[in-house]
Design a protein around this ligand. Structure first.
Ligand code: NAG
Ligand code: NAG
Ligand code: NAG
Length: 321
């Protein structure tokens, strides 16, 4: 019996040695890894194991996709195509609309400087082209569609927007080079759009307003005083001396009938063209424009500018020294 066992053991050992140490080439090793005929395994797994894996991941990813779809649907249900979810006080942009100006140079090193040389057509046509481009959306025929010529005493129906008339900018037209062939260039002002924002109108002169603006408001018909008023001034006494005043087209205010902006199709922000009269050549002139409404806060500091805009103008004229 004992010998039989020993014999068995010997053969086992032999078999074992024979089985484990077979010399295999790399190719055979690879084949074995793909399909092991002894254990009936593909890539280290039996057929059954592969099926289980497939079913598991199938269910797992289906659930994941379903969850994602539910979340997306839920989110979209709370959104509106036309109106932002977070408005006015609840939004990040807040309720203080910024005042912007054009033309702005595309070269950032020029910042807010408008510089041109009266004897160098390249430097003037640059600004004319920038303004042409800026006004392009305003040049489309604002007829038919949902445009209306608005007035202070008329309600604008739902779905309609007010015309912004490009012919109302006086001498600030492309044909007149927006004044950039003279020392009286034009700058366009625009209030940034804030959904649902309604201005609180100043229908009387306010403390701090320049006297010419107070006068303008008092001279305006009572019904026509619902506007966001604009004033521009040389920033420092020396700047004031270097300009001959400002002309505003079509008027000194953004009329109230343009507000609130509710993302109606084809809406155009109203513009005011400000012509800076007789800028003294060869000197930088600092100009600040300010928007006036009860709910526009003002800060003139460069770090945290609110309700106002600042730019500089430099007109070079080699004929004058
Ligand atoms: C204006 O400033 C006041 C006081 O700092 C603040 O309470 C108010 O919310 C501001 N309004 C806007 C429109 O930012
Ligand atoms: C008020 O403004 C309208 C333009 O919106 C103008 O036609 C009208 O003449 C103005 N009224 C007065 C009295 O100035
Ligand atoms: C500027 O150009 C316009 C159009 O060419 C012209 O009518 C106007 O007189 C020019 N202004 C000056 C100051 O040259």
């Amino acid at each position: 019996m004992a010998t039989k066992l020993n014999e068995d053991r010997a053969t086992k050992v032999e078999e074992f040695q024979f089985h484990v140490i077979p010399k295999r080439t790399t190719w055979e090793n690879f084949q074995n890894a793909v399909y092991d005929p002894d254990k009936q395994e593909f890539f280290g797994r039996t057929k059954r194991s592969w099926y289980q894996l497939l079913i598991f991941y199938g269910i797992f990813y289906t659930c994941l996709a379903a969850l994602f779809a539910i979340c997306t649907r839920g989110l979209l249900a709370t959104l509106d195509d036309r109106a932002p979810k977070w408005q006015l006080e609840t939004s990040l942009i807040g309720t203080n609309p910024g005042l912007g100006f054009r033309p702005i140079s595309s070269e950032t090193r020029e910042g807010s400087l408008i510089w041109y040389n009266l004897k160098n057509a390249c430097t003037t046509s640059k600004w004319v082209n920038l303004l042409d481009e800026f006004l392009l959306p305003y040049r489309v025929k604002q007829i038919g569609r949902n445009y209306r010529s608005c007035d202070f005493d008329e309600e604008l129906g739902d779905g309609y927007v007010c015309v912004v008339d490009v012919d109302s900018f006086g001498p600030c037209t492309s044909g007149n080079n927006y004044g950039y062939n003279s020392t009286s260039p034009c700058v366009f002002l625009k209030l940034n759009k804030i959904f649902g924002w309604v201005p609180t109108y100043y229908t009387k002169g306010q403390e701090g307003m320049p006297s010419d603006l107070k006068e303008t408001i008092e001279n305006e018909a009572k019904d026509n005083r619902t506007a966001v008023w604009i004033s521009c001034e040389g920033e420092n006494p020396v700047d004031k001396e270097r300009i001959g005043g400002f002309n505003y087209y079509p008027g000194r205010g953004f009329p109230g009938y343009y507000y609130p902006y509710v993302n109606t199709e084809n809406y155009l922000s109203p513009l005011i063209a400000v012509q800076i009269m007789n800028v003294e050549p060869n000197a930088i002139v600092n100009i600040e424009c300010r928007a006036w409404a009860g709910n526009i806060n003002y800060s003139g500091s460069d770090k945290n500018r609110e309700g106002s805009v600042h730019f500089e103008i430099l007109v070079d004229d080699p004929r004058v020294t």
